[in-house]
Design a protein around this ligand. Structure first.
Ligand SMILES: [Cu+2]
Length: 191
């Protein structure tokens, strides 16, 4: 099944590149990482995530993030980089990646950092069972440094059941506003 999963996602990514839908072609000097996405409970959920770090002309590190996932219910699903490289169970991925002196990894409670955690991304949108998300962040790095996702305990993608409402006002911060329960997870590994 895992082999079939990889074959399917590789084929879909190949298709995206062929039709020009992947705006993030990698160059030889880019740092690349990837994750195999698996359902937390539902084995029919699977996919792939790819991260590519590049430097801007000024030397700012930017990371292009692409995900494609099959088997989620149609609609929007929150996606974050969570703080630990662990998916069994999905709760083992812990809170949102948020290193630094003012870190606070909790997702949806008053006076916490959501949606400005370093690992907060954008919603993945699912149509007819296929979800695609592409974004660029400069809040994390693949290379070493204070925002690196490759710290001592690594990091994982978590895809949630519901959409991220990007709740950032005290009155909006209520349980579940960052996506609620966890549908899928993928440990991020250097390629
Ligand atoms: Cu999350």
């Amino acid at each position: 099944m895992a082999c079939l999963t990889r074959t399917w996602t590789a084929a879909v990514f190949g298709l995206l590149v062929l039709i020009g839908a992947n705006p993030f072609p990698a160059n030889a000097e880019d740092l690349i990482a990837e994750a195999e996405i698996v359902g937390c409970k539902d084995k029919n959920i699977f996919g792939t995530g790819v991260l590519i770090e590049r430097e801007s002309a000024e030397g700012i590190k930017q990371v292009d993030v692409s995900l494609i996932v099959k088997g989620l219910k149609d609609g929007k699903h929150a996606v974050h980089i969570h703080e630990t490289a662990a998916c069994q169970p999905c709760g083992a991925a812990q809170g949102h990646h948020d290193p630094g002196p003012n870190s606070n990894t909790k997702p949806d409670a008053p006076r916490f950092n959501h949606p400005y955690h370093m690992g907060d991304l954008v919603n993945l949108e699912v149509e007819n069972g296929v979800g695609v998300m592409q974004t660029t962040t400069n809040r994390v790095t693949l290379s070493d440094g204070r925002l690196s996702i490759f710290d001592e305990d690594g990091a994982s993608f978590i895809i949630h059941t519901n959409e991220d409402q990007y709740c950032d006002r005290e009155g909006e911060l209520r349980k579940g506003c960052a996506g609620g329960s966890r549908d899928a997870c993928g440990i991020i590994k250097r390629r």
